[in-house]
Design a protein around this ligand. Sequence first.
Ligand code: FPP
Length: 321
Amino acid sequence: MPQLGSLRWSVLWNSEDATAPVTENLSRTSKLRSLASQLSIYQTFAMFNSASIARPRMDEPRVDASGQSPSSQTRSGFPVDLDPLRLPRHVAVIMDGNGRWANQRGMPRIAGHRQGAKALKDLVRCCKDWGIPALTAYAFSTENWRRPTEEVDFLMALFEKLMRRELAEMRREGVRISFVGDLSELSPSLQSTLAEAMAQTAANTAVHFSVAINYGSRNEMVNACRRVAAQVQAGELSLAEISDTHIEQQLYTVGTVAPDLLIRTSGEQRLSNFLLWQLAYAELYFTDVFWPDFNRAAFADALRAFQRRDRRFGNAKDNIA
Ligand code: FPP
């Protein structure tokens, strides 16, 4: 498969012209478009999400491949007051406040999204540097289609341009990219770009970066129920056999550990139809910081709050060794 352009992340994410037409590599795009159209969305996710991350157990000490506990010294810029053994295995983020960030500066909303994309890029790197294996970002919900056409078009163009131009760099950095959501409603060109990003990074292990695009948790669960019901109807499964696991296997996130920590920026305190099943035992963290300003210091604050939480998973406190 041909390589994409190798512009560094910083060049792209600082670009002032995120909507400029993309002209590169059209033949590759049409090949991938045909591949994407042959795969159902479910097949796509099942294929690219098959590598799993171990279940989160905050009560178990974490060790590296050599049996050593990771130390803060080996993690670039890792805050000394954080415990490297009690980090979340998966962080989910609702990137809210881009519009307000831009309004405060007298700029158009799209400038906030552009700046928000830069903040997201740095968070992916930060997760990698600090040893947090998975990050999922809510980039576009099934409800976001209600926004002005100009803003929707800008966001779609931004996703496509960033994914195309960042891919080589992300590959080099060991980032594995996935997408969660109903991609079938996206433009064929964007679908091809996303399929290529997933395919080219499927074997990477440094950090698993998932982007939720056209994602809605209720839709995800309705579709999961339909698939399980079809199995029952076909006589492959009895009603009594249906378990959490059967439902989880039908979600976009199959094979990925549930988030331990959900961060929402901008002062709003709701889940907005994001990962409702997967967040069942997540710690929720809300901050007034607008997403474009969510930097490593703000992330460290979220991790400190996380480490102060008492996670019992339904158990009694005095029953946990
Ligand atoms: C919510 O803020 C933000 C969004 C709907 C878009 C988020 C998308 C990005 C940051 C780009 C990510 C890029 C890639 C490649 C994944 P808002 O617009 O609702 O802010 P407001 O509440 O202040 O209006």
